[in-house]
Write a protein that binds this ligand. Structure first.
Ligand SMILES: [Zn+2]
Length: 278
């Protein structure tokens, strides 16, 4: 058993015990990030949702948008919004099997140029762009437009995760426009609706800069990062923090991440992101 596995239950207990000392700012929303969820992790996802429904509660993308815009009472709560990155095919199945029966509405960030590719090219791009060559697609594929339309039709939201899932740092203005503005246009054309939500690929401060955030802000009112923290009405709308949750991690570590217990380690990075956005 690793130190991390042993320490996580203690850290979770300490984080929960000190919870009453931490007041949630007005309009707080705890945004969670999940990726591909293999079938072996469906039970872990269902468990996590059950815990969250009993504690903070889950909200829809539209409700999260309203809270972040200041349209919620200062209720001291930090309800949870589920987001899924990259649009993996497992997301369709888990939505139908787990989310829909519970009435939970989630936010899915997809890359339209990858969805548009021929299957073989897409598998290569999953390895090269999403996994950055660290692994291949290994049987994974992305949801197609029909599945994405189906999710949108049943009340889920489809946000933009750039056109091709490449780092937006160092791109020329025209390339940035392709990755953000043209991606938005393509999604609107196929889905028949536009989401206010963008999430930049890789999510960390090394993969975003002021120029890219400027272009994003011209096309989208909300940009979710992968930097840990609690989003709230006072957050910069283009520097929204979120908590990545690894469903393959031990239960206490999953909950520690989902309840914000790792966010204090990311305060400096969140400040840097906010500086880039302002
Ligand atoms: Zn991604």
């Amino acid at each position: 058993m690793s130190l991390r596995t042993l320490a996580a239950p203690l850290a979770l207990a300490a984080w929960r015990a000190t919870g009453p000392l931490r007041a949630n700012p007005p309009g707080a929303v705890r945004i969670l990030i999940l990726h591909d969820v293999p079938e072996a992790q469906f039970a872990a996802l269902a468990d996590l949702i059950a815990v969250l429904q009993r504690s903070a509660g889950l909200i829809t993308p539209g409700q999260a948008e309203a809270r972040l815009a200041g349209g919620a009472p200062a209720d001291g709560k930090a309800p949870v919004l589920l987001s899924f990155d990259d649009g993996f095919r497992s997301n369709f199945r888990l939505t139908r099997e787990i989310l829909d029966p519970l009435g939970v509405k989630a936010l899915f960030f997809v890359c339209p140029a990858l969805v548009d590719m021929a299957p073989e090219d897409r598998r290569a791009a999953i390895g090269a762009n999403i996994f950055r060559g660290r692994r291949g697609a290994d049987g994974l594929d992305l949801m197609d437009w029909e599945q994405l339309k189906g999710l949108a039709a049943s009340g889920h939201e489809i946000g933009c995760h750039s056109a091709r899932h490449v780092s937006l740092v160092g791109l020329e203005a025209g390339e940035l426009e392709d990755e953000v503005g043209i991606a938005k246009t393509r999604m609107a054309a196929v889905l028949g609706q536009t989401s206010p939500w963008f999430a930049f690929p890789f999510g960390d401060v090394a993969n975003i800069d002021r120029t890219a955030l400027g272009i994003i802000g011209r096309h989208f009112p909300l940009c979710r990062s992968g930097v840990r923290g609690l989003a709230h009405a006072g957050s910069h709308p283009l520097a929204l923090p979120a908590e990545s949750v690894d469903l393959g991690a031990p239960p206490a570590l999953r909950l520690l991440a989902a309840e914000g217990g790792m966010a204090p380690l990311y305060r400096g990075r969140l400040r840097r992101l906010e500086e880039m956005a302002s």
